[in-house]
Design a protein around this ligand. Structure first.
Ligand code: VG1
Ligand code: CO
Length: 539
C-alpha cells in the first residue's frame, strides 16, 4: 500500500560540491531523507519509464536510508532500481553501472572522505543519466522542491533482504540486487594491461593498498589479490565498516598517517595507494616519497601512451582552477587541449562528452578519465602500477624525472576549518573587493601581476560559474581562495598555494612555500577575522 505523508520543509537541503552532505544526526531526523528523495523525484518526469542505481560506501545509516529510498521510489512509480549487494557501490563503479545500463541516474550514499557513524557524516550523491552528479541547474530545481514540499509518498512494504543477488518487486517497481564489482572489474581489464601488472605484483615488488575501511576494500581484494596475484594481505583495512573502524577515510598525509609512517620507514614497501570512503580519491606513495595529487595528474597525462586504452592518443586534459599548473606544462608540450574548471567533478562532464578531454583531476586527491564521469581511486592506482611495470622505475624516480623535464610546481593547500559562515562569507566578499587594489603590490618580494575572481564559461552549454579568487604573482606563483562546499561544520576557507621552479627540485614544500603561505594569510586577513594563526589542516 502507498501512503501519502504530510511533511514540512528543511531549510538546509541544498547540495554542495558533491551532493547533500550532513551530520548523520541531521540526516536521520524524521522525514529528512524522505523529503529530499521526494523532492528529487518531483523534478523527474515519467518515473514509470525510469531506472536508477542505489548503493553506497558502507557507512552508518546507509542501510536504513536505502530501505527508505526503495519504498519512496516504488510509491512514486519508478520502473526499476538496481541496488548494490549489501548496499555497496563505489562512486566510480556506480558511474559505470549507470552508463553501461543506460540508467536514468543513481544515488550513491556517501559523505566521501568524511568520517562516518552516528556522530559522523552522511551524504547522498545524486547522479543523472550522464553518469555524473547533477548539474547546478538541476540541484537548484531540487532545492526549490525541498523548500516547498508538503507531502511525500512511501510504500509500506516490509524491508528487503539486500544481501543476496536477485529480483523482487516493491509495489510495481522492480528491484534487482546486483553485484557491484563484476562490471567495474571488466572495465579496468579493458583499460589496463593486467598481464603486465600481474607480472609486477607477483615479482618481489611490495605494495600496500589501503582501503581505509571504505567501499574499495572488496574491489581491491578482487582486483589486486585475486586477479593480479598480489599476496593476501596486500589490501589493508579492506572490509567496509559503518564507522570506518574509527578512521577518517580521507587518503592524505594526515588522516592516512598510519600508511605514511610505514612508507617513510626503512622497511617501506615499493609502492602504496590509499582510497577514500567512496573510492573516488587516491593517495600515491613511494618509498619515503609522496606524490602530490596535482603532480599525479601531470605524471599520468605525460605517460598516457603506456596504457593500452590511451596509447592511440588522448583528447586533452582538465583540472580544477585550484589544482596546480603542473599538468598545464604537460598539455602544452603534448599539444593537447587544456581546460580549467570550477571545483567539483561535475564540471568535467561536458568536456568529456564533447571529446575535449580524456583525463581530468583535482588537487583534492582526485584523478580520472572519460571512461566514466567520476574520479576513480583504483584507476589511478592501476595507472601507477602500469607506469612502474613499464618503466621499471620507482615512484620517486618517475616523479623526479618528471620535474627535471617540466619543472616543479610546489603546492600546498591550507584549510581553515569551522569558521562561522557569516565571517567566512564576509572575508571572501571583502577579499574579492580588494583584488583590483592588490595588482602591482609587492609582498615579501612577490609582486601581484593579476587578481580576479575565477569565472568559468562552459564551452558546451555556455553556463558561467564563479568559484574562488585567484592571485597571480610575477614569478608564476599563485594563491587561490575558495570556501569548501562539502563541510558539515561551519565554513572552511581553503587557500591553495603554488610556486613554480625549474631548479631546487627536491626540497620540502613547507620550506619552499613558507613566504607565500604567510602572504596568503596577510592578504586574506584570516588571522584577525578568525583568530586562527595557522591553518587547521595542511595537505
Ligand atoms: C572537495 C574537494 C573537491 C572534490 C569534492 C568532492 O570539495 O575540494 O575537489 O571534488 O570535495 O570530493 P570542497 O568544496 O569541500 O572543496 V569527494 O571524494 O566527495 O567525492
Ligand atoms: Co570521495
Amino acid at each position: 500500500m502507498i501512503k501519502t505523508v504530510k511533511t514540512t520543509p528543511y531549510a538546509d537541503q541544498k547540495m554542495g560540491t558533491a551532493g547533500l552532505r550532513k551530520k548523520t544526526r541531521t540526516a536521520s531526523q524524521e522525514n529528512y531523507i524522505e523529503n529530499f528523495l521526494q523532492s528529487i523525484f518531483n523534478t523527474i518526469p515519467n518515473l514509470n519509464e525510469k531506472s536508477f542505481l542505489v548503493g553506497g560506501d558502507g557507512r552508518y545509516y546507509n542501510k536504513i536510508a536505502i530501505q527508505k529510498i526503495i519504498k519512496i521510489a516504488a510509491a512514486n512509480g519508478v520502473k526499476k532500481l538496481y541496488v548494490g549487494k549489501d548496499c555497496l557501490v563505489s562512486t566510480p563503479a556506480g558511474s559505470h553501472i549507470i552508463l553501461e545500463n543506460h540508467l536514468d541516474g543513481g544515488f550513491v550514499l556517501s559523505a566521501s572522505h568524511n568520517p562516518g557513524g552516528i556522530d559522523g557524516d552522511f551524504g547522498i550523491k545524486y547522479a543523472t543519466s550522464s553518469g555524473g552528479q547533477c548539474q547546478p541547474s538541476e540541484s537548484a530545481a531540487i532545492f526549490e522542491q525541498t523548500q516547498n514540499i508538503t507531502e511525500y509518498r512511501i510504500s509500506d512494504c516490509p524491508d528487503f533482504d539486500l544481501t543476496k543477488l536477485g529480483t523482487f518487486y516493491c509495489e510495481n517497481t522492480e528491484i534487482e540486487v546486483i553485484d557491484p564489482y563484476v562490471d567495474y572489474i571488466k572495465l579496468m581489464e579493458s583499460i589496463f594491461d593486467f598481464k603486465k601488472i600481474k607480472k609486477l605484483l607477483t615479482s618481489d615488488f611490495r605494495f600496500i593498498f589501503d582501503a581505509m575501511n571504505g567501499v574499495t576494500g572488496p574491489y581491491a581484494k578482487k582486483i589486486f589479490e585475486e586477479i593480479l596475484g598480489a599476496p593476501k594481505g596486500t589490501v589493508a583495512h579492506g572490509t567496509p565498516l559503518e564507522d570506518f573502524g574509527g578512521l577518517h577515510p580521507d587518503p592524505n598525509l594526515i588522516y592516512a598517517k598510519h600508511l605514511v609512517d610505514i612508507m617513510y620507514s626503512d622497511t617501506a614497501p615499493d609502492f602504496a595507494a590509499a582510497n577514500d570512503g567512496d573510492g573516488d580519491r587516491n593517495m600515491i606513495l613511494g618509498k619515503k616519497f609522496f606524490v602530490s595529487p596535482s603532480d599525479c595528474l601531470a605524471v599520468l597525462t605525460d605517460n598516457y601512451k603506456l596504457i593500452p586504452a590511451y596509447k592511440n592518443g588522448i583528447y586533452g586534459v582538465a583540472k580544477s582552477a585550484a589544482t596546480s599548473l603542473a599538468v598545464k606544462h604537460v598539455a602544452e608540450k603534448l599539444g593537447i587541449g587544456y581546460y580549467e574548471v570550477p571545483t567539483g567533478w561535475k564540471y568535467f562532464i561536458n568536456l568529456m562528452n564533447s571529446n575535449r578531454i580524456t583525463f581530468c583531476g583535482e588537487e583534492s586527491f582526485g584523478a580520472g578519465a572519460s571512461y566514466i564521469r567520476e574520479k576513480d581511486g583504483i584507476w589511478a592506482t592501476l595507472f601507477w602500477l602500469s607506469i612502474i611495470a613499464e618503466t621499471g622505475k620507482s615512484v620517486k624516480e618517475i616523479v623526479l624525472h618528471h620535474w627535471q623535464k617540466y619543472g616543479r610546481n610546489y603546492y600546498l593547500r591550507n584549510d581553515f576549518e569551522g569558521i562561522p559562515q557569516d565571517i567566512a562569507d564576509k572575508l571572501m566578499a571583502d577579499l574579492e573587493n580588494s583584488l583590483p587594489s592588490l595588482v602591482g603590490k609587492t609582498f615579501d618580494g612577490y609582486t601581484v601581476s593579476e587578481a580576479y575572481p575565477f569565472i568559468y564559461h562552459d564551452p558546451v552549454d555556455k553556463t558561467s560559474t564563479k568559484n574562488g579568487l585567484i592571485i597571480h604573482f610575477s614569478d608564476g606563483s599563485r594563491i587561490v581562495y575558495r570556501l569548501s562546499g562539502t563541510g558539515t561544520n561551519g565554513a572552511t576557507l581553503r587557500t591553495y598555494i603554488e610556486r613554480y621552479v625549474t631548479d631546487k627540485l627536491d626540497e620540502e614544500p613547507d620550506e619552499m612555500l613558507k613566504d607565500l603561505s604567510h602572504i596568503s594569510r596577510i592578504i586574506s586577513d584570516v588571522t584577525a577575522r578568525t583568530g586562527k594563526e595557522q591553518p587547521d589542516i595542511i595537505t
